[in-house]
Design a protein around this ligand. Structure first.
Ligand code: ADE
Ligand code: ZN
Length: 338
């Protein structure tokens, strides 16, 4: 392993943009299909992997929602979550803030309680076994109506104290943040944090809407903000954190080559960018793979890596004690490597 790669591996890290359903590995998909009597349109794991070749976000989403069909029981959601935490423990990931898409499951007749309780139990077990702290974010599917989002928010009521906030994901084009103005305002009244995917495929105007109309606390992706200098300046001044997902951007053709990924431009502009995996089983890499391959493609320095890792902790919703602990561990790792 190169010096920089082992440095990346050694650092404690956070992951702030991860869809738990996007961590469903093909092997696990097959196993769950078998135990739940679900028929998959693939003969084997190799066929699934071969199908993961996308030209845009929608082509991915079609397979992502189809893949979810194997998730049926509370145990399935527990297993999915636990497997993800076990995997990122190997990447020295110490804190995660993960999305789940309840409407992708309740639409298929799965009980909301089974979904969220399975995931929460998985997060608790992961904290006990791997020392990974976590938060859960309920994401609304933006291709569905705002009314549907309101119904989902109401279903979550018994769990408000166990979710960090709400997010907005799925097909971006044609579904601007303003479509969800009221349900985000309601979520804010309930004391929830607000997140939204914006500027992944959508134009800078969608990022403005996420800021001005939804009043979000953190932007997911945000790549296309760079097309607007005034917006870039604003993101810098407001210290808005961006959860950037390089391998996702590559697989979904948001960038044509990792060498053209805007991560370094973001850092140099003073934007608070973080590195994340989005849907690692579909995009070919977990957290460290995202750091390592991007560092290689963009020639990132050790200082760039440290800034990205530190941004991950600063942009997270950690308790003051946990934040201090993780930042001091980070400092020790940096000193040890010098
Ligand atoms: N759902 C899961 N991954 C997503 C992404 N990258 N963009 C929008 N919705 C998603
Ligand atoms: Zn995402």
């Amino acid at each position: 392993m190169s010096n920089l790669n082992s440095f990346i591996q050694s650092l404690p890290k956070a992951e702030l943009h991860l869809h738990i359903e996007g961590s469903l590995e093909p092997e696990q998909m097959f196993e769950m299909a078998q135990r739940n009597g679900v028929t998959l349109p693939y003969a084997d794991v190799a066929e699934i992997r071969a199908a993961y070749d996308f030209n845009n976000l929608q082509e991915f989403l079609d397979l992502y929602y189809a893949g979810m069909s194997v998730l049926q029981t509370k145990q399935d959601f527990f297993d999915l979550t636990y497997a993800y935490l076990k995997r990122v423990h190997a990447d020295n990931c110490r804190h995660v803030e993960i999305f789940f898409d309840p409407q992708g499951h309740t639409e298929r007749g799965i009980a909301f309680a089974d979904v969220i309780e399975g995931i929460l139990d998985g997060l608790d077990q992961g904290e006990a076994d791997f020392g990974i702290s976590s938060h859960l974010i309920l994401s609304f599917l933006r291709h569905l109506s705002e009314e549907d989002a309101f119904a989902t928010l109401a279903e979550a009521e018994p769990y408000y104290d166990r979710i960090l906030g709400v997010g907005l994901d799925s097909s971006e084009m044609g579904h601007p943040p303003s479509k969800f103005a009221r349900v985000f305002a309601k979520s804010r009244e309930l004391g929830l944090k607000l997140f939204a995917h914006a500027g992944e495929e959508g134009p800078p105007e969608y990022v403005y809407e996420a800021l001005d109309i939804l009043d979000i606390d953190r932007i997911d992706h945000g790549n296309r903000s760079l097309e607007d200098d005034v917006l870039v300046q604003r993101l810098v001044e407001e210290e808005m954190y961006l959860t950037v997902c390089p391998l996702s951007n590559l697989k979904l053709c948001v960038v044509d080559d990792l060498k053209n990924h805007p991560l370094k431009v973001m850092l140099d502009a003073g934007i608070k960018a973080t590195v994340n995996s989005d849907d690692p089983s579909y995009f070919g890499g977990y957290l460290n793979d995202n750091y390592i391959r991007t560092a290689d493609a963009l020639n990132l320095s050790k200082d760039d890596i440290v800034t990205l890792v530190r941004n991950g902790f600063e942009g997270a919703y950690l308790s003051p004690e946990r934040k201090e602990l993780l930042l001091s561990e980070l400092s020790k790792n940096i000193s040890a490597s010098n």
